[in-house]
Ligand binder design. Structure first.
Ligand code: PEP
Ligand code: MG
Length: 755
């Protein structure tokens, strides 16, 4: 069996010399294939580059007919080259022609070659092309040879990424690295943003690929592995892992991987073949990413993600750069791209330069989504592999309504979105004109439109939208974005600032709704099988009254002589409300005793989110000053669907008869007892749903700022009586769980109501 003269190390050294020569791109590539063929003792070496249209084109060859260069092409999946590109795995065959995927290209003259070894040109997990060597004999390629060719492929991939070969590609397609990508995820925050990628955690760019001294690189790698292992051990041992936002379980997995012999061996082998320590980490990481992109099992994907994180840690150690993007380097039209991100990190960026946010993780009810909505930043989540698909500075478009991104869009796509953004801006202008128009239906029914808020940055929306007040202030957001538990005086300072910003408009504060999916990073997490049904919200408040008492006191003090409205989340029984109310009463008495100014009027309400309250309606309406329906949770518990779980979250329609009947019970009881009922869940902010709610008898809705304009535009064209009749009739006849949506849509269309 022939052995490579000089082996991979010599090959890499010669490659480095060729890379530095002042020659044109085609000449350089031609020299490279000659070099590889000679080094691998192969008769053929060819480079296929993936063009922007996904077609693989022969860019250079030693051994095949030269005339085939830039002529021979393969579609993705076609032939052995196409197979390698689509699987992103090496392929070694002693007889290529007997492989079922072999596709004969007569112009290449390859019929005389039998043995075939091809490897993908991978960069950050993306396939940029395929590198092939062939031999006349029926030979078997060794593991070492496959490894050596992969290492060489990495150097070639970097050459491709540098853009040097761009000029050799057809002008209309370019090469794949710059290919436009259209991808769907989930909508997090409405709006269209056009701009340029800013990676929240920029990848370490490995510039130095080829080792000067292999022994020295091996010890650099070993040192870095040891340091990363030690730092993980320390984090676990210190036990304050929650403080770092890293759960113990994740760190334990990290520790396991950091000792994974297969992974370590692959990196060591890559160094032994002549790469620097960082290039070796990146090579193995790139293979992993390619596997991650093709992995459909969510558990295995998650593990590959962990491995990717670990490789990043190693790269940071080896290259040792500070990777935080300062606001100074933030472009004017920045679109933040991240795997995941906390709300506090988002708030650190200069809002005025942010045009969008794209996350690999993050569902619609995640905290980051809530903050993005509050800041009015178009955002999409669950965008698979977006951090691998994009490069710093790439053009990108975020469509927050459709939950889509366009990466490196073509000019016509960009023009279409620019038009969409212009139209949106025009619509916003029209909504702005409605700001001071009273929210009254065509038949004279006044509807109170309020805002949902949770941060101080939400408050300017009151004046912008003309909302009459804040119907739901989610106090937990202050806790969720803080590094540590906000002190009583910090809480009071926020509430005072909210009162000041709201001016004369009323604000309804909800006490801490933590637990479930709302986790405070600095609080010891409680392991629960079903956190949504676990120790959360008012349950924590009543069991740990110190926390609730401090918050209530801060609210009472901040209100000073103004009216104050407080409501309690996740109340399941009247008794819970009574206990919470007496806690407030005791605090009020305490402050009064010490001469503090008290709220001029104090109203205590209950959130209706747990279905058990539907069967205590008369009693709870008699006890509480107002009821606010948290339809997000009510839907979750009524239909037993996890609101965070995309598989089931949209399975049932809030406009279906069972939900509408539940809501009607509340509207009827509120009317009968004179207890005000508001809706503060997401459904109140969707025009068609809001129309139905008005039809059920609700006269107060609280919603996200962006929803006020569309809901007001809807109700200005609505006859409340008409939709009330329709719903009453339909509910009477609806046999099972069917949805009234089509009928309501038809009603809206036939009456010219914009929904
Ligand atoms: C709800 O459940 O509808 C609600 C308004 O509360 P949150 O979304 O904060 O749980
Ligand atoms: Mg809720």
């Amino acid at each position: 069996m022939p052995t490579a003269p000089g082996g991979p190390r010599l090959l890499l050294r010669r490659l480095r010399e060729i890379m530095a020569e002042p020659v044109g791109a085609q000449d350089r590539l031609d020299k490279i294939v000659i070099l590889i063929a000679a080094n691998m003792v192969a008769e053929v070496c060819s480079v296929y580059v993936m063009r922007g249209d996904g077609v693989l084109e022969l860019f250079a060859t030693e051994g095949l007919n030269r005339e085939a260069v830039h002529l021979t092409t393969m579609r993705a999946g076609e032939g052995l080259v196409g197979l390698i590109a689509s699987t992103a795995e090496p392929l070694a065959l002693s007889d290529a022609q007997s492989h079922p995927s072999f596709s004969y290209k007569p112009e290449t003259g390859e019929e005389i070659y039998h043995a075939f070894l091809g490897v993908p040109l991978l960069r950050a997990g993306n396939t940029l092309g395929v590198l092939v060597v062939q031999n006349r004999t029926y030979r078997v390629y060794t593991e070492e040879e496959i490894e050596a060719l992969q290492t060489t492929a990495m150097v070639l991939a970097e050459m491709l990424a540098s853009g040097e070969l761009q000029a050799l590609a057809p002008v209309d397609t370019g090469i794949a690295l710059r290919r436009p990508v259209h991808q769907k995820g989930v909508a997090l925050a409405d709006g269209v943003g056009l701009g340029y990628v800013v990676l929240h955690e920029p990848r370490v760019v490995v510039k130095n690929l080829i080792a000067e001294n292999v022994e020295a690189e091996l010890s650099r790698l070993e040192e870095a592995i040891l340091e990363v292992r030690t730092s993980i051990d320390e984090l676990i041992e210190r036990g304050d892992v929650a403080h770092h936002g890293e759960h113990r379980e994740v760190l334990e997995t990290f520790r396991m991987f950091a000792h994974d012999q297969g992974w370590l061996r692959r990196m060591r082998e890559a160094v032994a073949s002549g790469l620097t320590a960082e290039a070796a980490v990146e090579r193995v990481q790139s293979d992993n990413r390619a596997r991650m992109m093709r992995q459909t099992d969510p558990y295995l994907r998650e593990r590959l993600h962990d491995l990717d994180d670990l490789a990043n840690r190693l790269l940071h150690r080896l290259v040792g750069r500070n990777l935080v993007v300062g606001t100074s380097s933030l472009p004017d039209n920045a679109i933040l791209v991240a795997r995941s991100m906390g709300p506090a990190a988002l708030l650190d960026y200069d809002r005025s330069r942010l045009r969008g946010l794209v996350l690999e993780e993050g569902g619609p009810t995640s905290h980051i989504a809530i903050v993005a909505r509050a800041l009015g930043i178009p955002a999409v989540g669950e965008m698979e592999n977006v951090t691998a698909l994009t490069e710093q500075g790439d053009a990108i478009i975020v469509d927050g309504a459709a939950g889509e991104v366009q990466i490196r869009p073509s000019p016509d796509v960009e023009a279409a979105y620019a038009e969409k953004a212009r139209l949106r801006a025009k619509r916003q202008e029209q909504y702005l004109k409605l700001r001071d128009v009273p929210a009254v239906t065509k038949d004279g029914v006044a509807v109170n439109l309020q805002l949902n808020a949770g941060l101080l940055v939400d408050l300017p929306h009151l004046a912008e939208t003309g909302a009459s007040g804040v119907g739901l202030f989610r106090t937990e957001l202050q806790f969720m974005i803080a590094e540590r538990m906000p002190s009583a005086s910090e809480q009071q300072a926020l509430y005072s600032a909210v009162f000041a910003a709201a001016e004369e408009r009323p604000v309804t504060f909800r006490t801490l709704d933590i637990g479930g999916d709302k986790i405070l990073p600095y609080m010891q997490a409680v392991e629960e099988e079903n956190p949504a049904l676990g120790w959360r919200a008012i349950r924590i408040g009543l069991d740990r009254p110190g926390l609730l008492r401090a918050q209530v006191r801060a609210l009472l003090k901040a209100a000073g002589g103004r009216p104050l409205k407080i409501m309690f989340p996740m109340v399941a029984t009247c008794d819970e409300f009574v206990r919470a109310r007496s806690l407030v009463e005791r605090e009020r008495a305490h402050l009064s005793h010490h001469g503090h100014p008290l709220p001029s009027d104090l109203k205590l309400g209950v959130m209706l989110e747990v279905p058990s309250l539907l069967f205590q309606l008369k009693e709870i309406c008699a006890l509480a000053d107002f009821v606010s329906i948290g339809s997000n949770d009510l839907m979750q518990f009524l239909f037993a669907i996890d609101r965070e779980n995309r598989r089931v979250a949209d399975r049932f329609d809030p406009l279906s008869a069972p939900m509408l009947r539940a809501l009607k019970m509340v509207a009827d009881e509120a009317l009968a007892s004179g207890c005000q009922a508001t809706i503060c869940g997401e459904i109140g902010g969707r025009p068609l749903e809001a129309m139905a709610l008005i039809g059920l008898g609700f006269r107060s809705l609280s919603m996200s700022p962006a929803a006020i304009g569309p809901v007001k535009a809807m109700l200005l064209e609505l006859h409340a009586g008409g939709v009330a009749d329709l719903i009453a009739q339909e509910l009477e006849h609806a046999g099972g769980g069917e949805t009234l949506r089509p009928k309501l849509l038809r009603f809206a269309e036939s009456h010219g109501i914009p929904v």
